[in-house]
Write a protein that binds this ligand. Structure first.
Ligand code: ADP
Ligand code: MG
Length: 348
């Protein structure tokens, strides 16, 4: 899957244009913090910022955003509010992933030294099929009071995500791939997914293959997460499990996540929250969004700037322990940012 990871080349003068979709909730605050850090780090990135209107369907704005990502190849994205559902409109987060063919969601969850966590020794890669199954979005009310929702699982997309997972394991030296499913109940759909993972595993004899049912896995993720190395699963299970894993190591403010396809890459936070309830309070933990921007820089091969920002975040969290309330601290978002900026300025 090497062809999955071809970042767009820099433009004239070595600069990159990246679509920035702040989304709703704390998204625009977080986006501003990233822009500030990129300036101090001297990252040669020009953001094409697109603010979607979430109080209306805003079809035009959304199409414009998609076109922008297709043109630039890369985006940094906050979560778009989905609860205000307009009749006939699917979640725009889901539509965006579908329209861009972002078939894999990758969330790497690892303890940070000194950060209060429910378990230690977590170091897991969660790979989630990002386009189909429960998120197919095909629902209808067949007769009043009876609703059908189609969970579609295809051999093609299951084989694709299975191969992606094993290739990731190979590339990043992971020893074990665990397929997560509910094939005991959904024998055909999850059965097919599991079968595709098993077939693919035969081509990777050096990587151990294992499988686990989602309910047991959820419990194990809380009780003994150190047993997991790389995990691959259908869409909804990935949604839930990546949030559980983020919770285990310290909450929604720490972890980033990447959406990859053959042509485009979209970087966002791992738990994909909007953080509506903490907007404007200066208490949101900016680290998840900033780490998403570090992933973006690495993808663009701007490794120096990526390293400078990543290092500043780590020093702030681990050495200086400047923590927002979600981590048990009393620092404001501004305090965290000032501390990070201090290191970025010194090392850029
Ligand atoms: P959703 O996007 O599904 O509405 P929320 O935005 O409600 O999810 O986020 C879930 C919880 O995580 C909320 O309590 C929210 O305050 C908290 N949260 C989300 N992002 C952050 C963050 N960056 N820093 C601190 N808390 C956060
Ligand atoms: Mg959510």
């Amino acid at each position: 899957t090497q062809d999955t990871f071809v970042p767009p080349p820099a433009k004239w003068g070595g600069r990159h244009t990246v679509t920035l979709l702040p989304g709703d909730g704390i998204g625009s605050e977080m986006a501003n913090h990233v822009k500030e850090l990129f300036r101090y780090a001297g990252a040669p990135v020009d953001f094409e910022e697109i603010d979607l209107d979430s109080t209306a369907p805003d079809v035009e704005g959304f199409e414009y955003a998609l076109m922008s990502i297709k043109r630039n190849g890369v985006a940094l994205k906050g979560n778009i509010e989905t609860r205000t559902s307009f009749q006939g409109f699917q979640s725009r987060n889901v539509v965006l992933r579908n329209r861009l063919g972002l078939f894999a969601n990758v969330v790497c969850v690892k303890n940070l030294p000194g950060i209060r966590a429910k378990q230690k020794d977590v170091d897991v890669v969660i790979i989630r099929e990002n386009l189909e199954a429960e998120y197919s979005g095909i629902e209808h009310e067949s007769v009043p009071g009876v609703v059908e929702s189609l969970k579609i699982i295809t051999r093609e997309k299951s084989m694709r995500i299975a191969k992606f997972a094993f290739e990731w394991a190979t590339k990043y030296n992971r020893k074990k791939v665990t397929a997560i499913h509910k094939a005991n109940i959904m024998k055909m759909s999850d059965g097919l997914f599991l079968e595709c993972c098993r077939i693919t595993s035969k081509e990777y004899p050096d990587i151990q293959f294992d499988q686990m049912i989602i309910d047991n896995c959820s419990m194990q993720m809380v009780n003994k997460p150190s047993q997991f190395d790389l995990m691959v699963m259908p869409n909804l299970y990935g949604d839930v499990l990546s949030n559980i894993a983020c919770g285990v190591i310290g909450g929604p403010g720490l972890v980033s996540g990447t959406n990859l396809g053959y042509r485009y890459a979209v970087f966002e936070t791992g738990a994909r929250n909007t953080g509506k309830s903490i907007v404007g309070q200066n208490i949101a933990n900016p680290c998840a969004f900033i780490r998403a921007s570090v992933d973006l820089l690495n993808y663009l091969k701007l490794e120096h700037q990526a390293h400078v920002i990543e290092d500043a975040v780590m020093k702030t969290l681990i050495e200086d322990k400047v923590w927002t309330p979600d981590l048990g601290g009393q620092a404001t978002t501004t305090d965290v940012m000032q501390n990070i900026v201090k290191y970025v300025k010194a090392n850029a």
